[in-house]
Design a protein around this ligand. Sequence first.
Ligand code: NAD
Ligand code: MG
Length: 401
Amino acid sequence: MSEKRRVTVLGSTGSIGVSTLSLLEEASAQGSAEVEIVALTGGRNVELLAAQAERWRPERVVIADENLYEPLKARLNGAGIAIAAGAQAVREAAQMPADWVMSAIVGAAGLAPTLAAAKTGAVIALANKESLVCAGPALLEAAKAAGGVVIPVDSEHSAIFQSLQPDCIQRVARLILTASGGPFREWTLQAMAGATPEQAVAHPNWSMGAKISIDSATMMNKGLEMIEAAYLFATPPERIDVLIHPQSIIHSMVEYQDGSTLAQLGPPDMRTPIACAYSWPDRLPWPAPRLDLATIGTLTFSEPDPTRFPAIGIARAALTAGGGAPAAMNAANETAVAAFLDRRIGFLDIAATVSETLERMDAMGDLVAGASGDVLENAMIFDRSARRVAGDIVAGLGSTH
Ligand code: NAD
Ligand code: MG
């Protein structure tokens, strides 16, 4: 690539954001990527965001927490980089003209900036799965209408994206999402009941942010990914299966009607799917860790256990129900995960809270799609009421915990 590519990284201080900049650093050093950073945004890590800004010299750097505007400004004093703070400023940074935008904010907070970026027609490298779960069809439609494209970064969806033969979409029998099974794959229900946040964030194969690590432990991550896959690849829930594969080498598979199954393999390093999203349909040369199957030796597979991991079934039901159920499920899960990380509820209470939130909202008729034509407002109505209901449930559980 001869011309510099204009790149924005939303959530640059997180696990995916740091991996993205690390990949760009390595590819630039090899001469295989030439980038100019338009904007970097972070949530609260002033020091890391400032160090990234000094290294990459973006046009603008934004910290989501408004209280941290002054510390960031003081830290970057004299650097000549425009600084802003707050949710609205993150959204404005997302819509600055760029060729490629990495969407790597965690949670539904990523929806507004991702939607803003999609409307510019930029290539959206999508890690922020929650934005798809909250408003998938509308987000994909917005990107398409603007002449842009959404390329998945989530390793499972990157694998399916790479294994889907464009001329044979009608011939897909099943999408098979692989799952490591998380740290509690072999724990008893009783042991899981007493699991601590430290035990739950200790993922066996991947190093990730706290929220997605907890989602991996409950397997709600796979539930969110099932909804993500349904929207990205226009596939109904009954044709999406989950398979436990503890080694995390096969990142997912596509089974075709002729009995052929295509898979994508790689070491568990997010820079590989990020590289795919960066260069697609080309391949980015960079000093990637390579797969050594002879050393790995054995790949194993099993069915997920619905009793210990009810989250997959909850997500499947929410996807089937449609309307506001996926967005409400996501918000209830964010509320419950935060409460668990704060030690206000137990590990098994996370899925129970999500399930109970959906039941209560359904009983009140609060999951029916709203009449508003505004995508963001529609999703946020479900998000806000689910956070309220889940907050009540958590408060009740917390008093007995
Ligand atoms: P993380 O917690 O490490 O980083 C999240 C980023 O978002 C940080 O830069 C943080 O400062 C920022 N942020 C947090 N709250 C914000 C807010 N309210 N407004 C603006 N910015 C905010 O998370 P992560 O592990 O990098 O995951 C990011 C996204 O990518 C998630 O949606 C996750 O599900 C998805 N994902 C991550 C991985 C992984 O390996 N880490 C793999 C697949 C998908
Ligand atoms: Mg994943």
